[in-house]
Design a protein around this ligand. Structure first.
Ligand code: IPD
Ligand code: CA
Ligand code: CA
Ligand code: CA
Length: 256
């Protein structure tokens, strides 16, 4: 089996497990505080993904949220995996969370998968092959006026409320767009832009495992992804993220 098919199988199996699980209060732990949680299931799903991927492709490297990177491997392939993107939603809502798996060869994207676990919806893209929601090809929206755009951001507090160098700009942007929505999962929100149900995405903090699968899907759907400064999004570092439905909107959004 090739990497893409292995990835689809392991992501679907992991999704089946999560859909059936019943989370106990004792399985929830704080990492850096009460807004940064991890559960037994985050770790278990990441272990499962790592085991399946490394059994099939032992030379590949894996960058995941819950385990430190392993010793450098010899291959050129790197997988970016988030076992549960939207842990808080998983805990409080048992919906609106995703499993995110992206595979890159050096700095070249190969494919990205984002499974919306509870809706049993798989977003996926292979480089050059378009973006898909299950069997249906998806495209970003055709909206080009700021006043028509729906902005999605995973957390109001770090995008608009906490002081940071972009705060004023973000507040101006929020006033110019048609509306602001918060879903609470970077991967699912980038897929919302890819599918044309949102037009613009912004966050002040995102990690490679949050966005490296969904950015492939968004770009294949016609969208564009940058840092908030309009620079190329780094592959291996935490970063701000600014993503939107079409490259031609870049100047207009950066000038707000
Ligand atoms: C988080 C979610 C959340 C976003 C955070 C991410 P996690 O991922 O995507 O919406 O605001 O920045 O870290 O911890 O649920 O995998
Ligand atoms: Ca987390
Ligand atoms: Ca995440
Ligand atoms: Ca996570």
């Amino acid at each position: 089996m090739d990497r893409f098919n292995v990835a689809v199988d392991v992501v679907q199996n992991a999704g089946d497990l999560l859909r059936q699980c019943r989370l106990e209060e004792s399985e929830i732990c704080q990492k850096t505080g009460h807004q940064d949680l991890v559960t037994h299931w985050d770790r278990k799903i990441e272990q499962l993904l790592r085991n399946e991927i490394l059994t099939a492709f032992p030379q590949d490297s894996i960058v995941g949220e819950e385990y430190p990177p392993e010793a450098h491997r010899t291959g050129s392939m790197t997988w970016y995996i988030d076992p549960i993107d939207g842990t808080t939603n998983f805990i409080n809502q048992h919906q609106n969370y995703a499993i995110s798996v992206g595979c890159w060869e050096g700095s070249t994207p190969l494919f990205g998968l984002v499974l919306d676990v509870e809706r049993e919806t798989l977003y996926w893209a292979k480089r050059g092959g378009g973006a898909w929601q299950d069997q249906t090809q998806i495209h970003t929206s055709g909206r080009r006026e700021l006043s028509e755009l729906l902005l999605t951001t995973p957390g109001l507090q770090y995008t608009f409320l906490e002081p940071h160098p972009y705060q004023e700009r973000m507040i101006r942007l929020s006033r110019k767009v048609r509306g602001v929505r918060c879903l609470g999962s970077v991967a699912l929100e980038l897929c919302e832009v890819a599918a044309g149900r949102a037009d613009l995405f912004v966050t002040m903090r995102s990690s490679p495992w949050d966005h490296n699968a969904a950015r492939i899907i968004l770009e294949e759907a016609g969208g564009a992804v940058f840092t908030v400064d309009g620079d190329e999004l780094p592959l291996d570092q935490k970063s701000t993220v600014l993503a939107f439905n079409a490259m031609e909107l870049k100047d207009c959004i950066l000038c707000v």
